[in-house]
Every structure is written in C-alpha cells, then in structure tokens.
Design a protein around this ligand. Structure first.
Ligand code: CA
Length: 680
C-alpha cells in the first residue's frame, strides 16, 4: 500500500465519507453518501464504477486515452498522491448564473485525484484523473502535466467509457452522417430520439449525441454528457454500443467540416480534457435540476478566470463586465418564411414585438440581399424608436457546407467578421444568430469561440443554430445566449408529421436536451395553421395551452417566439385568444429555480420554474387525455389563489383563478396534445 495515498485519504476522511483503500481501490462518496464512485487500477488499466443507494448505476468502466507521446490506456499504475501538486479533497462554492434554469448554485463536492503513471524512471509519464462527486453529479477529467521538453499533446482516442447494467434502457439521439442533408450541413444535433430501448437494440452507426439518458430498470436514471469544451478541444459523443454493454467517448467524424481539420484534439501542457459528466438519481428530478454543465467550468473573462497573481493583474484590469439583457423576441421567418424578408414585413414584426412588450426582433436569413446594409440601418433606427433591439442572422460558413442563405462568408474569417461586428456595434445591433455550423471538430470549436469573442468585443450576444450542444457556455462566455442543437420548431412549419408529434418532442426535451443547456426552440405558435395568414400550411396539433406551457418548459434566455402579427387581430378575424396573448406577454425567459414535478420522456412533462417571487408550474401531455394529481406543496400553500391557464373541452384556452385546497394533491386535467400553466 502506498503510504502517501493512505495519509492523504486519512487526512481527508472527514469529507470523503467512506474513503477506503483496499489494495489499490478508492471509493469517493458524495457529501450525502448516496452516490459512490469506485476507482481501481487492474492489470494496468484504470477503471471506475458508480452506485447510488448501493444500486449499480455504471458497472466497471474504462478510463484513459491514447496520445501522440504516450498511451495512457494501459500499463498504468498509481503514483504518490502528492507528487507534483496539491489537490483539494472537498470543494464548496456558491456561484451565480444569470441566464439558466437556476440562478444561485450552492455546489459542494468531494474531490479525488487518481494519480497515475505509465513507465518508470526517465520514461515515466504522468496523468491525473480528477473526480468531483456531488450529491447527484459526477464530473471527471484528465489532467496532463508538462513532460520535460514536451509542452503539447494531441489526444488520439479516449478509452473513457460507460458500461451499463443489463436492465438499462436508453433515451438517445443518434449522430447523423456528416456532409448530408440540407446543403450538406449535418451533423447539427437535429435527429430524432428513441425511447426506452433495450441496450442491445440501441445501435447507431455514428453513435449518439450528448446528452444521453439511461433508465437503470427500477433503480434510477443516469444522464451522460460533457462540459467545458472550448477552442482547446473538440465536441465528443458516445460511440455505438460495444461489447459488454459499453459506450465510449468518441471524437468527431473525419468527414465533418467538409473533411477539413483533424479529429484529434490538441492542447498545451499543462492542460486538461473537458469534463465528462454523469448525473444520477432515483427519479428524474436530479436530471431536470442538474447543474453539472456549470459546476466545474469557469468564466473565461475577467478576474473570475484566475485569482490575480502579480503581473496578470494588469491584464485583468482591462476587463469590464458587460450588461447583457435577456428576454423575448419576435421573428418573421418561422411562419412568414423567406418571403417576409422585406421592409414592410419586418416593420410588422417590430411593431408586434413593441406591442407585446418584447425587447427584441430577430431578422433572419437574407436581410443583406433583400434589404441591404443601408436599409438595414434605417430599419434598426425604426426598431429603436419602437423600443425594440435587433438580432441579425448570419451563416457561419465558409467552406464547410453549401449554404447560399446570406450573409455568407462573414463569420468564417477574422477580417470580414470583425468588419461586420464593428458595423453592428455602430448601429446598435444587440445580437446575432449564427446558423449552419460544420460539426464538432476542434477547428469548429475554435470558430465558435472566435465568433463569441469578436461579438463580445462589440457588446453583441450570440445564438447558434444548426450547431452543436452548448457545453457549460452560459457560465464560460458572458455573451452566449442560446443554441438550437435540437430538431426544433422550423420542422413544424415544414411538415404535418412534425406537427403531429410536436407534443412528444415537447415532453422529451425537458428531461434530456434542455437539462444541460439553453435550447433555442423558437416555438410557442398561436397560429392554428403554420403559414402566413393562418389559412394555409400544416395544422398545429397542439392546444394553445400546450404552446403556452412550452414557453416555460423550454428554457433559453432569449426566446424567439413564433407568434405572428395575425395573432393580434380580433378573435373574430382569426386572431389568437386574449388569454394566450396575455400569457405570452407575461412569461419570463430566465429563472431563479427549476424543479421537476412529474412526467416521463415522450409522454408528459410537468416542471416548476421560479422567476423572482412567481412560480410557473407548466405541464404538457403527449399521451391520452388524463387527470394528474400533483404534489405542488413546494410552490403553493393551502388557501392560495393561483391563476390557472388550461384547455376547456373544446381545446380553447381559459384563465381561471383557483383556490388551492390541498397543495399535496392538486388535480389538473390535460387533453391529448394539451397543457396547462399555474402561475403563483
Ligand atoms: Ca436548424
């Protein structure tokens, strides 16, 4: 037994509730001791397993990676714990988020560093695997020191894996082929989910995009994702199922980004990989409420990045925090489509935003060709007179797809990009939506960061579309305000089939995609027909209350809602019910708290979100018409009068004041494809 390790573990045993060392095993427990990670080195391989309430959540799973100067997947052994640097054994941190599902996080975790080496003597190479274990979340990453003259590393593959118990079923979204689909823009995280599939039946040639949800029979739930990926790594995914119920971390496909750029991420030493995150719970509550994407990442700007050390202070003092305002927005493209890229229609949508009290309009693809820069300056001035600020659309490309929707070739290189950014700042443009990205390679992640960084310098917020999953970016980048990375609202406009399954999607994403980051869905339609004038186009299958609930169930700090000028007409002329319009005026876009209430992916979802002192308890239903009895005692008291938005028997929205009799048993009625919102 290694004395230093033993000493270290004894010192930290107050925090590591059951830190034990048997041969070369360590167990890291969560502060509440329910979640446990067992670490071991066996036959030169590092492995871990996970249990919750003593039920196995992950069986013995591999750790390690292969790099260009050493194989860290085999021939591993433990080394002295204190060799090199000091590690904490426990962290407690309060931090603030200003545009997520939660605003104030009290993060507490036990920390253990598995200090490994390969080789001996002058050939010895070191790597540390750092585990943060909080009550329902595990985050771990590889940290690599500088090795003599070697000051950089290229990771060639990760062994990192997740081996599930036999009874596990999956809720996953497959990764697309590369360079296929509309103008060869895939992959862009826009594939469909499968539900409750046995492991053996969950196969996909290119694996699965994060986050991936697993149900461990009756024992609980596991959500696997990653966070902290920036210009210093690529975006990863889960592999196809391998022998022994194992999924491993996979890198992008060589064909992505038009075949340009490596799939092997590289970073300078000392350095680290992104965090692999595993969220575990007996119910779906810890999955819905997880803060795993933000706990272990740091803001990339300013004094929060690094405590001041000497001369660095001079640089840090150049940083001044900026005040980005989040909120609601209109956009014409989603219903009125390409033909609406003209002065009159954009004015109609600015007026709509103004009437609704929304701070923003998003002016989508084609503005530079249909309106031009000069007219756009005038349009922005008009918007400002109406108290509305402007987001402008850009293509990200570039060489990585065949997109013709313009502006193109503005965001792909620094000279043109900085030029349009300066023009936007001069004209008071507050945000951009950058669409059609090239996949998950490190090259593309550098591009994401370059756009965010130049936009930051010009006080511009950034929404990504046709893009990868955000990975902790709400905390890392102050001007990051949303990503699509989902088969989103545009598909409803394109096909009746998508409308018919909208409720299924709406009751899926609150439990998977949207739990780990902003999701720019662009929905909450009030048109009955998804075409201009409300007379043509696919028929919406959902009730108004379903769409109202969606505005709460889907979280993004800038919500581009799919309402139209025709919704403001009198109801007798085809306008939307006043109840719906009133709700869309009042609903906020940022939240102080988010709680799981009830639901099951693809069937129904009920969440409670708090903005300041007001709770919004929203539910939707993709299943048959039903009554649900909900325990709302965390949000309302006996005798409280709440406002209930719900469907009447004719699917029309109604608003009622309701007195709560028993907060533990509040009965709500939901139609098929219906929904409700309780506001207190
Ligand atoms: Ca899209």
């Amino acid at each position: 037994m290694n004395k230093t390790i033993l000493k270290n573990l004894l010192c930290s045993s107050f925090f590591l509730v059951s830190a034990t060392i048997l041969a070369q095993v360590a167990t890291v427990s969560s502060p509440d001791a329910r979640l446990k990670v067992n670490l071991d080195v066996k036959d030169g391989k590092a492995v871990y397993s996970v249990s919750y309430d003593d039920k196995t959540m992950l069986e013995e799973s591999p750790l390690g990676f292969k790099s260009n100067f050493g194989d860290f997947s085999t021939g591993l052994s433990l080394r002295d714990h204190q060799e090199g640097k000091e590690y904490p054994s426990h962290v407690q941190e309060k931090y603030h988020l200003n545009r997520c599902k939660v605003s104030d996080v009290d993060y507490e975790a036990n920390v253990y560093t598995l200090c490994l080496k390969v080789g001996e003597g002058r050939r010895q190479l070191n790597v540390d695997v750092v585990f943060y274990v909080s009550n329902n979340d595990i985050a771990f990453r590889y940290e690599v020191p500088r090795h003599g003259e070697t000051g950089s590393i290229r990771i060639m593959s990760e062994e990192t894996g997740f081996r599930f118990p036999q009874q596990t079923t999956t809720f996953m979204c497959p990764q697309s082929d590369a360079m296929v689909g509309w103008k060869r823009t895939k992959p862009s995280y826009e594939e469909g989910y499968s539900y409750d599939r046995p492991l053996a039946e969950t196969k996909a040639r290119h694996g699965f995009t994060f986050p991936c949800l697993f149900k461990i029979g009756e024992d609980g739930w596991v959500l696997v994702s990653e966070t902290g990926n920036d210009s210093r790594y690529c975006g990863c995914r889960l592999s196809d199922l391998k022998e022994g119920n194992l999924y491993t971390v996979d890198f992008p496909m060589p064909e992505e980004a038009n075949g340009n750029g490596t799939i092997e991420p590289a970073f300078a030493l000392p350095g680290a990989t992104p965090w692999r995150t595993i969220t575990v719970g007996k119910t779906l509550a810890p999955i819905v409420e997880t803060t795993a994407p933000w706990n272990t990442v740091r803001p990339l700007y300013g004094a929060e990045q690094n405590p001041s050390k000497g001369d660095d202070d001079i640089l840090l003092r150049t940083y001044s925090p900026k005040n980005y305002k989040f909120g609601k927005s209109t956009w014409s493209w989603i219903v009125w489509q390409d033909a609406s890229m003209n002065w009159d229609d954009q004015v109609a949508y600015i007026d709509l935003a103004s009437e609704m009290g929304y701070p923003y309009i998003l002016i989508d693809a084609g503005w530079d060709e249909q309106l031009g820069y000069k007219k756009m300056e005038d349009l922005i001035k008009y918007a400002h007179i109406k108290n509305v600020d402007v987001f402008l659309w850009y293509s990200s490309s570039g060489y990585w797809n065949d997109i013709v929707q313009s502006p193109i070739n503005k965001m792909d290189g620094p000279i043109a990009r900085k030029e349009v950014m300066r023009w936007m700042k001069k004209n008071g443009v507050k945000g951009i939506k950058v669409d059609f990205w090239g996949g998950d390679k490190q090259e593309t992640f550098r591009q994401y960061e370059a756009v965010l960084s130049d936009a930051y310098d010009n006080d511009i917020m950034v929404i990504f579309h046709g893009c990868t999953l955000p990975r902790g970016w709400e905390r890392m980048y102050p001007n990051y305000v949303g990503s699509e990375a989902v088969l989103a609202s545009e598909n409803l406009v394109f096909s009746q089939g998508a409308c018919d399954k909208e409720a299924k999607d709406t009751s899926t994403h609150p439990f998977i995609r949207n739990t780990v980051g902003c999701m720019e869905w662009g929905g909450s339609f009030l048109n009955r027909r998804l075409g201009r004038g409300n007379q043509r186009g696919p028929k919406r299958a959902t009730t108004d209350c379903h769409e109202l609930a969606q505005a709460v169930l889907f979280q993004n700090p800038i919500q581009n809602f799919a309402i139209t000028p025709e919704n403001l007409k009198p109801e007798s002329e085809g306008g939307a019910p006043k109840v719906s319009i009133d709700f869309m005026k009042m609903v906020p876009t940022t939240w102080n708290e988010t709680k799981y209430v009830a639901g099951y992916p693809g069937q129904f979802a009920v969440l409670a979100r708090r903005n300041a002192d007001t709770w919004y308890i929203a539910g939707n239903n993709a299943s048959d018409e039903c009554d649900k009895v909900l325990d709302l005692s965390r949000f309302v008291k006996k005798g409280d009068v709440v406002t209930l938005f719900s469907d009447d028997a004719n699917s029309e929205p109604q608003r009622k004041e309701v007195k709560i009799k028993n907060p533990k048993k509040v009965k709500v009625h939901m139609l098929h494809n219906g929904g409700f919102v309780i506001v207190k």
